[in-house]
Design a protein around this ligand. Structure first.
Ligand code: HEC
Length: 158
């Protein structure tokens, strides 16, 4: 018994060391892309930066709420969140016209693509409520997320 406990301790300790090595290695790997951050800096007025970041945090919250509703089979609720918080109907909500003045064209296009993807998703989710076919719903969700990822890869505000 004592032997097997010692063995487990040794294995765990060894595993721990390996993990620490892996994390150490990872830090080296991930510092490389950060050093050559190729994202374009976009200058917003200070107040608008904070407003935009708060809006971004709501985008993430909306994605989470959508996924929660999908998990509960509430397609209509998921569709409504997508349309009103991320979709074309959300444009007035966060003063898009005011903000877009400060955006380079590519960033404006990325924003528009996200709003369109979210509105398409809302329709897809509503359809799935009738057909029960979830595949297009997940594809549509990935399509929204791809727009978040794409813009984040290209632009920064700070
Ligand atoms: C049109 C461009 C664009 C789109 C589309 C976009 N974002 Fe952002 N987001 C940004 C920029 C720019 C920042 C600031 C990044 C920086 O300065 O490092 C940001 C920051 C964030 C942050 C950090 C907020 C903070 O408090 O620092 C979150 C969270 C976020 N975005 C979520 C999302 C989600 C979720 C989506 C998609 C549903 C999304 N964003 C779509 C441009 C975009």
């Amino acid at each position: 018994m004592r032997v097997s406990v010692a063995l487990i301790v040794a294995v765990v300790a060894c595993g721990g060391a390996t993990l620490a090595d892996a994390q150490h290695q990872h830090r080296h790997d991930s510092s490389a892309p950060r050093a050559r951050d190729a994202r374009q800096f976009v200058k917003f007025p200070a107040a608008l930066v904070e407003h935009t970041l708060a809006n971004m945090r709501d985008h993430l919250l909306a994605l989470q709420e959508i996924q929660t509703q999908l998990g509960m089979g509430q397609m209509d609720v998921a569709a409504k969140i997508a349309e009103t918080r991320l979709g074309m109907s959300s444009l007035g909500l966060h003063g898009a016209a005011h903000v877009s003045r400060y955006m380079p064209q590519g960033m404006q296009d990325a924003g528009t693509a996200m709003h369109r993807a979210a509105s398409r998703f809302a329709i897809t989710a509503q359809d799935a409520g009738v057909t029960g076919d979830m595949k297009p719903v997940f594809a549509g969700l990935a399509d929204i997320t791809a727009q978040c990822v794409g813009c984040h890869a290209s632009y920064r505000l700070k």
